[in-house]
Design a protein around this ligand. Structure first.
Ligand SMILES: [Zn+2]
Length: 82
């Protein structure tokens, strides 16, 4: 069983049931038991699919970018549509 949950940064993550902490790419270590579980699935394939679906629900599309990909003029500002 895999648990789907969100980090405070907004990323959706999954962890195998029984795992105590999961590190988000943002650097935060999450205690799985303290997160609200969005969904439970049986396989890692289902888990990664669920993560993708939930992130698309939230953001419309996957919009995480590396800092180097962001236009320098917009750094630190609220993201607006181009
Ligand atoms: Zn995070």
């Amino acid at each position: 069983m895999y648990l789907i949950f969100r980090c405070d940064c907004g990323r959706v993550l999954y962890g195998k049931e029984g795992v105590v902490t999961r590190k988000c790419p943002c650097g935060k270590s999450l205690k799985v038991k303290e997160r609200r579980i969005l969904k439970k699935v049986d396989t890692s394939e289902d888990a990664s699919e669920a993560v993708r679906e939930i992130q698309e629900e939230i953001y419309g599309e996957i919009t995480f970018k590396k800092a180097s990909e962001l236009p320098k003029s917009k750094r630190g500002q609220i993201t607006t549509k181009d």
